[in-house]
Ligand binder design. Structure first.
Ligand code: ADP
Ligand code: MG
Length: 479
């Protein structure tokens, strides 16, 4: 479709798009009433699907099982977790607390050998700063991993709905012959399938599934879609949505470590919070996390998977020979490594000093990342220099890693965001690929790729998160 669209055509599509979103659950609670479902809005999304190189889309999907396996093995490698995270634990209180829970349950003996991982691997196309003037230029692009998420990897459901909407709008606009360039997204049903499988493995038909949620959850409908997906696969499952505080007050462990919540045994715990220090407001919240980790419930993720998702781990995997420690298949190693961007440790040694000097010299070429999830925590551009200057001579710098900044290829599209004007914008995308892995330390039961999420933001924004309001839901148009 040639952009920009004519004004009357645009207005017609926009009003159709908003109503389609509201009638098909591309929804979020409002900023004014974030705990109420009485008034809702459409979640921010793109009017049209955004161009994404077909080759790179398939490359990102094809490497998911390799990454699932890599992180599964990392999560189960105590020595590696310890040696990699020890410097971070010294200076980052949040990681330290997670580590203490891990150490406690490890010493007591892990009561549930099965892990359920719902991962999302995030990528950007890497233009290396070049502009693309001919279609052939697309062939010179690569794809780079931004981060690997092992906890609360969200938006699969809303992304699935946006993909369906984009098919609809193509049909309405007479572009039916191009629909085969809009890849189907099986995110919700695949992920729900993994959760049901884990519940079945738990082996008690009376057990409930606990969604651990924030008390204020604007993105509740994305989670509800997953819940509906679960019921569709197995109507016997009962999902309870509860906060840390509710679980603290209404649950206990039995002598044989079963987690009993409001009288029901819990078979699976799915964390949609607990990934940020802000989720642990009171000591009771930490007590609750420990109680869950001590239990026989299958956790998504368990504490060692949570730790494996630290950015420090991602940086360490970038070192020569480290992926090879976990993956023997040399083709799989190549597939994984082909997506690695430059990552640098900021430890207090010669290597760390060199990375600091490099970033101070050229801060716009790097992103400075603490061990945090959920968006809004990284430093870009001049802020990289500011923070490094502050932590230069202290151990505090070990809490961060430095990453090469990736520049995806820009394009034009329209964002629909509640109460905001719709206008053509220069945009950038980040592709997330979902994966499910179920297994014990030495036995893989399921390992699959499960749909995708495209998130798009205007090119002037550094970070992008849908829940944080900086990026919007999208789907790829393969070019
Ligand atoms: P979080 O765990 O908080 O989501 P991410 O590492 O995913 O942290 O970074 C948040 C956002 O910052 C990403 O979604 C992306 O928009 C931007 N970002 C992160 N790393 C890079 C990078 N190396 N180059 C360009 N942008 C990045
Ligand atoms: Mg992220």
């Amino acid at each position: 479709m040639p952009l920009p669209l004519k004004e009357d055509e645009l207005q017609g599509l926009v009003s159709m798009a908003k109503d389609w979103a509201l009638t098909h659950g591309i929804t979020m609670r409002t900023a004014d009433r974030p705990t109420s479902s009485e008034v809702t809005n459409y979640a921010p999304f793109l009017l049209l699907p955004s161009p994404f190189p077909e080759r790179l889309f398939h490359q990102a999907c094809a490497v998911q099982q390799d990454f699932n396996l890599l992180y599964h093995r990392v999560a189960h490698d105590h020595d590696f977790l310890q040696s990699t995270l020890q410097s971070v634990i010294k200076v980052d209180d949040y990681t330290k607390r997670l580590w203490e829970i891990y150490e406690t349950v490890r010493k007591e003996g892990i009561k549930q050998p099965v892990s359920l991982a719902i991962n999302r691997n995030d990528f950007m196309t890497d233009s290396q700063g070049r502009t693309l003037s001919t279609p052939e230029d697309v062939n010179t692009l690569g794809i780079k991993e931004i981060e690997f998420n092992t906890i609360a990897s969200g938006c699969a459901a809303l992304a699935t709905q946006v993909g369906i909407f984009h098919r609809f709008i193509f049909e309405r606009c007479g572009l039916k012959d191009k629909i085969n360039k809009l890849p189907a997204n099986t995110g919700v049903s695949d992920i729900a399938g993994g959760m049901v499988q884990a519940w079945e493995l738990y082996g008690n038909k009376e057990a409930v599934m606990l969604f651990l949620t924030e008390t204020v959850s604007r993105n509740i409908f994305d989670q509800r879609w997953l819940e509906w997906g679960i019921y569709e696969i197995n109507s016997k499952v009962k999902v309870l949505r509860r906060s840390f505080d509710q679980v603290y007050r209404k649950s206990q462990l039995t002598e044989d470590n079963k987690l009993i919540l409001e009288g029901h045994e819990v078979g699976v715990v799915y964390f949609r919070c607990g990934y940020s220090p802000n989720d642990y407001i009171t000591e009771e919240d930490w007590t609750t996390r420990l109680r869950i980790e001590r239990s026989t419930a299958i956790k998504c993720p368990n504490i060692y998977y949570h730790l494996a998702g630290a950015k420090k781990i991602q940086q360490e995997l970038g070192r020569p020979g480290v992926v090879e420690r976990f993956i023997q298949d040399s083709e799989a190693v190549k597939r994984i490594r082909a997506t690695f961007a430059g990552m640098y440790s900021l430890e207090r040694d010669a290597e760390g000093d060199a990375a600091v000097a490099m970033a101070m010299e050229n801060p716009f070429k790097y992103v400075l990342k603490p061990q945090r999830e959920g968006g809004g925590n990284n430093y870009f551009g001049e802020d990289v220099r500011k923070v490094l200057r502050r932590v230069l001579d202290s151990d505090e710098r070990m809490a961060y890693i430095l990453m090469e900044r990736i520049h995806p290829v820009p394009f034009q599209n329209y964002v629909l965001r509640a109460e905001s004007p719709v206008q053509p914008n220069t945009m950038l995308s980040e592709l997330g690929v979902f994966g499910v892995l179920i297994g014990t330390s030495d036995h893989i039961i399921t390992n699959k790729q499960c749909g995708h999420l495209l998130r798009t933001k205007t090119s002037d924004i550094n970070e992008g998160g849908v829940a944080t309001g900086t990026s919007a839901l999208d789907s790829p148009y393969l070019v």
